[in-house]
Write a protein that binds this ligand. Structure first.
Ligand code: PLP
Length: 418
């Protein structure tokens, strides 16, 4: 209660904005993830990996726009590509060089992508990948995983179900459950179009897949004559060629999104020639802004110049080091707090022991998560409300020392509650 009071006292302008916003925006926002009690912090501006809210509180940005903000807020090469593109006009209603160049960069980077198409979001990329799999196989069913998030209409909670879900017949399996998943794939074989899996559950808690699980899913999916889709919307940052390259396990199709558009709206799906060729003449796929000049220009600078394979490796190592340090101080304090994840993505969990699949949080765990979020904000560190952190390229070890100290203080100050 005290933490909430302190939160509200430091953010009078955010409180007013929220009161006004709820009049015209249901819940006060257009992205449900950004709505939380008592009211969300509204940001005014960003620079590098720093943010300032509309009450002029400053933060280290570890939310990283839920992984889309990989480049920070003011990457000069991306900004100059955007200015150049803007100067040449915005809505050209035609194919262009930029679209082809970005496609070329992505096909050469991701080992399983022979051909690619663009969308405006990861949600769209997954919806169309699902449909493509249905056309190619002549079957309808999709297998997905509890706790998987593939977009606003493609969310499969750990328990219960989402009230708005795209109307694909879906069978849900448990993440990292080899036997159960293989059995489900076999029994659905005759009607199975695709299996979609995040190689690390992102929104579901930054829970990594065991390589043996992904390999077994790949083998069973192919034996069933279905298409394996890796949703790498979040995980593609794990190496130059995505988590698939790091693991050496290749899907038939891959979906991408988030940071790849350099911070502009972006989505893409791609894969094997024989699958993608249905879009040559058989299947139409349109979208007014699919090749919009801003996303294409920013994407070329982002992926061609800034987020090289070497930059991806460095960022991965930075994140691994951070998670190790955080888990070490938590272990030393004997606290039931751990950071799960891979490379530059992590989520805090308030339970002991190995976490290999999503779970229903207890009310105590939920309360600790909120307290952690509020205490981090109070220490000038902006993380996702659900406890996720996503590092961005401008982040330095010095920045991370601020976060490590804040977590250390939390463990000390809240010891009696843990
Ligand atoms: N797939 C994954 C793994 C995601 O994490 C997300 C977004 O968080 C999406 C798909 C949906 O992408 P978008 O928000 O661009 O629709």
């Amino acid at each position: 209660l005290d933490a909430r009071k302190r939160y509200a006292a430091k953010r009078p302008n955010s409180a007013v904005l929220h009161r006004e916003a709820v009049q015209v925006l249901p819940g006060g926002n257009t992205r449900s993830v950004l709505g939380y009690a008592p009211f969300p912090t509204a940001m005014a501006r960003g620079e590098g990996c720093r943010l300032w809210d509309i009450d002029d509180n400053a933060y280290l940005d570890l939310c990283g726009e839920y992984t889309a903000g990989l480049f920070g807020h003011t990457e000069s090469r991306i900004h100059s590509a955007l200015h150049d593109a803007m100067a040449r006009g915005l809505s050209l209603a035609a194919v262009g060089e930029a679209e082809q160049r970005l496609a070329g960069i992505l096909c050469s980077r991701f080992p399983s992508i022979d051909m690619i198409r663009f969308t405006n979001s990861g949600t769209e990329a997954n919806l169309i990948a699902f449909s493509a799999a249905q056309v190619v196989t002549g079957r309808g069913r999709i297998i997905a995983f509890r706790g998987g998030y593939h977009g606003s209409l493609l969310y499969y909670p750990a328990t219960g179900s989402s009230l708005i879900t795209a109307p694909f017949p879906v069978t849900l399996c448990d993440y990292n459950d080899i036997d159960g998943t293989v059995a489900a794939i076999r029994s659905a074989a005759g009607e199975l179009a695709a299996v979609i899996v995040e190689p690390m559950l992102g929104s579901g808690g930054c829970i990594a897949a065991e390589p043996a699980f992904l390999a077994a899913v790949a083998e069973a999916t192919r034996a069933a004559g279905a298409i394996l889709i890796f949703d790498e919307v979040m995980t593609s940052r794990m190496s130059g060629g995505g988590l698939q390259e790091r693991l050496g396990i290749l899907p038939d199709m891959t979906t991408l999104g988030k940071y790849i558009g350099g911070g502009m709206s972006f989505g893409a799906f791609g894969g094997r020639h024989d699958i993608m060729e249905i879009f040559v003449s058989k299947v139409p796929h349109a979208g007014t802004f699919n090749n919009n000049v801003m996303s294409m220009a920013a994407g070329i600078a982002a992926m061609g110049e800034v987020f090289t394979a070497a930059a991806a490796a460095d960022l991965f190592a930075l994140g691994e080091g951070l998670r190790e340090r955080l888990n070490a101080i938590s272990g030393k304090a004997g606290a039931p707090l751990q950071f799960c994840g891979l490379g530059s993505l992590a989520t805090v969990h308030f339970r002991r022991g190995r976490i290999d699949r999503p779970y229903a949080s207890t009310p105590d765990e939920e309360a600790l998560k909120e307290l952690f979020f509020l205490d981090m904000l109070d220490a000038g560190v902006y993380i996702a409300r659900r406890g996720m952190t996503a590092l961005s390229l401008p982040t330095t070890e010095r920045d991370l020392a601020q976060f490590t100290a804040a977590v250390g203080n939390f463990l000390h100050a809240r010891a009696t509650l843990l």
